[in-house]
Design a protein around this ligand. Sequence first.
Ligand code: PMP
Length: 385
Amino acid sequence: MTSPMIYLDYNSSTPVDPKVLEAMLPYFKENFGNPSSQGHSWGWTADHAVQKARLQIATLLNCESREIIFTSGATESNNWVLFGIFHQFARLNEKVHIISSPIEHNSVLNTLKYLENLGVEVDFIKPNSQGIISVDAVREKIKPNTKLISLMWVNNEIGSINPIQELSQLSRERKIYFHTDGTQAVGKISVDLQQTPVDLLSFSGHKIYGPKGVGVLFKRKKNLLVQLDPFLVGGGQENGDRSGTLNVPGIVGIGEACKLFQGRLTEEITHYEKLSTLLYQQLKNLFPELKLNGPELGKQRSPMNLSLTFPSVTGTDIASRLPGLGVSSGSACSTGKIASSHVLKGIGVSHEEAARTLRLSVGRFTKVEDIEVAVSHFKSLLNSK
Ligand code: PMP
């Protein structure tokens, strides 16, 4: 009998929680109105749902509803911050310097590369071997024209957690905007925007059991009013910050997804930690030379993520030899060549090791039995050698 397929790629995307789907469905059907239509009840119902979602998100993040702006996802939110800052200062003929890191998600990295071609100066701070950015290294790079520091909260490949509290505090003291890509932080670790003075934060619905194609940009309005040019211009939705008819079902979904973490984030994190630890221990028993990339379990590391380099006994292209597992590979085929992930490269993992590296990430619906089945897939890999 063949083992069932096991999904261990929750860092990549999550299934929509049934409660989230249930909350969304009426907004595809009877409550289909446009929230901008303020002349009838269809519009009011939709608008009310959007405001409710804004409050659900603000409650989870401990910020104000008016600081939540809906986007199409973290990619858009990240692009918006970077282009927004650029446009704002380009208009004033001011040269912009941005501080970031080489292990950001491509939606930050490639946007920064694009902006470099437009004359923006970017310093990419090298992380340590565990993927963590040092506050001192950032401090040293600050210049009089540094307008933005953009550093992710949690790395999507190796799970490392940056010291966002200290980094955002430093930015605040130096009067520099601080943006964090919080896509792998929200719903995975505690994110409290009253405690942590980040000015801008991005995330996506589909990483937190919400739908795809909807995300958030948190833009601080209190204590420091963030000035950021709009990204999309048109009908003036979202207070003129982001035009376009709102994706009401998606917004209801991301709101409900955030509500589901309310009061049970600790429980969720404990579940992730238990399963990641079990998976790691069992794989370590099978492959004693297994190497964990990023910080140790339980230390400045996402509770759901394992980035593992397997010993060469398994051969290269390990992911293709595990068809029964939904996992993510440390290298990918692009334009006919095998390319290592920029994150693994950024922390010093060799090209050859990256080919033997997998990211395994557990989630809300992963069960202990799933870990056992996953381990059996690895056992058969070992036996097939
Ligand atoms: N940032 C991080 C850290 C991510 O993990 C992702 C998704 N892989 C994104 C940004 C982009 O999110 P989306 O594709 O939903 O726009």
